[in-house]
Write a protein that binds this ligand. Sequence first.
Ligand code: AMP
Ligand code: ZN
Length: 505
Amino acid sequence: MTTLTLFNSLSRSLEPFAPSDGNTARVYSCGPTVYNFAHLGNLRAYVFTDTLRRTLLFKGWDVRHVINITDVGHLTSDADAGEDKMELAAAGLGKDIWEVAAFYTAAFKRNLADLNILSPTIWSVATDHVAEMIAFAEKIAPDHCYEIESGLYFDVSTVPDYGRLARSVSDEGESRIDPVSGKRNPQDFAIWRKSPSGEQRQMEWDSPWGRGAPGWHLECSVMSLQYLGPEPFDIHTGGIDHREIHHPNEIAQNQAYCDCSAEQPGFTGARFWLHNNFLVDRSGKMSKSGGGFTTLQSLIDAGVHPLAYRLLCLSSHYRSELEFSGDAVSSALTRLRRIVAAIEKLKKSAQRTEWRPFEHFSPPPPISSHQDSIVDEDDWFDFTGVLTEFDQKVSNDLNTPAVMPLLEEVLVDPVLVADNKLRLLATMDQVVGLNLLNLTRADLRVRPATATLTPETIETRLDERQQARAAKDFARSDAIRDELIAAGVEVMDGDPLRWEWRVSL
Ligand code: AMP
Ligand code: ZN
């Protein structure tokens, strides 16, 4: 197998990757702040993380994956100014903050399931870890923090090379840092925020620095250390916005906690820091706070199967910007439909009914001792070539845009027999995660929220149309077709599926 290379934001270069213990890759992904639905941009971050996770599994390693749920501490600015996003959302909705967090956490988990994203090994919820956060803060406070009226702050000048991960000094970087009176350095950030006197927050805890709430950056240092440490874990992921403030601050906390700057000047807490680029739309980066964002549910309501969005994400490299548009996601849906239709056809001409992924990339033992094989030698060499190419593309920093055409070439390969094509697709699907061997064209037919007809009514009307045609009553058959078209249904004569919903984006 090819060596896996990943782009490490720390070194700003591609580096060969293997888990430090040789067996289990320990991965931490910054999770959502659950004050609203995740938008499609957020979900791009988790499609990326899932592709990474599936690739690590494909390469033969186990993965211990943690995703956190931020239900406290994230202020309206990443640089610790403004109001708590959760408190603000709860006040706006007139709801209990815990209820808001539970509601959006459940919605987020539903989104991941719809996108066929594997559940992490551990979901870690920030508010379940406040005691550990206080203990962490107590350890770093004497040498690295100072107290001012608004809380306990981290002094970034106390750690070597603060902010080396950050790339920009643009609107995502330092210029976004809002002034808080009494801070020593503009980049200093809150470890603990005291509740303003006379004010009671819905979420607050006692601490050595007064009643209040932890700073947002603290939770990821604490939970990654608790579940994946103590020595540096393998991979930390997030969107590129996190490369500018949140991750530099996590790194500073990790350096302070390990107190190892003399022996390990390069210590950051994780060996690899990986960042996905933004999903943008015509108006710029998609953001929850910007309002008017697009959720996965809004796509589903328009008649788009969620896995079409996954395919759209896979068609661009995770480090490139991806522009979202109705046309782009509609094309992805059409592409997915074509792939699934081709697979359905292959299944009909196959001899088996189940197709296991290939587990080894070298030629099989001779046919006589290889009961499981229905391939001949020539065929074998054809598909080991495909597998090697697939492995090379995936191992090249998860080059999914190159993997998809390879997968489509397998579908139309003139030599490979159907069963082997299906086994190849099962192998590739381990990484692309499109559930290709189970999806049917009928599954991809998602009823738009605005639809007025039920699938049963459509089927009945199509039966009636067929009878009208058999009786040569073409006026009636045309009238039924026009009625269906007017109701957003595409009538597909000659196709066994018979009809599709028209997507309206
Ligand atoms: P948040 O809920 O804001 O903490 O973000 C959850 C994840 O989504 C983080 O990894 C962010 O970096 C990532 N993210 C936020 N906006 C976008 C976007 N427009 N495109 C891609 N990833 C994003
Ligand atoms: Zn984080």
